[in-house]
Design a protein around this ligand. Structure first.
Ligand SMILES: [Zn+2]
Length: 109
């Protein structure tokens, strides 16, 4: 009998993705929180999202990594759209990214 799919185990963080035909990479860093005082960053010039790695000295839940990923891609989307005001609106970015995360996490096909 096939095992029931556990939604919490669904892989949500890709290695790369594209927006408007531009490729963006996603990497994990062991000491991001030490270097940047953040668990995620988006680097406009490098087309790069960095997420705090789990395990090597820093413990971070997978759900927190996912939420961070969606937060950073929301910054990335708004940057690519040229929506500078929304890009800097952390409340909007947080709420929008939580909606996006939940939709994709709970989506049934
Ligand atoms: Zn932010």
């Amino acid at each position: 009998m096939p095992q029931k799919e556990d939604e919490s185990e669904k892989e949500m963080i890709p290695k790369s993705f594209q927006i408007f035909g531009h490729e963006f990479k996603v990497i994990f860093q062991d000491d991001l929180i030490v270097e940047e005082e953040a668990v995620g960053t988006y680097r406009h010039g490098k087309h790069l999202i960095t997420i705090q790695n789990n395990g090597k000295g820093v413990t971070i839940l997978k759900s927190r990594q996912e939420q961070t990923f969606f937060h950073e891609i929301t910054h990335c989307i708004l940057d690519q759209m040229g929506e500078e005001k929304l890009y800097h609106n952390e409340k909007f970015v947080d709420l929008f990214s939580q909606c996006l995360h939940q939709i994709l996490k709970t989506a049934k096909y």
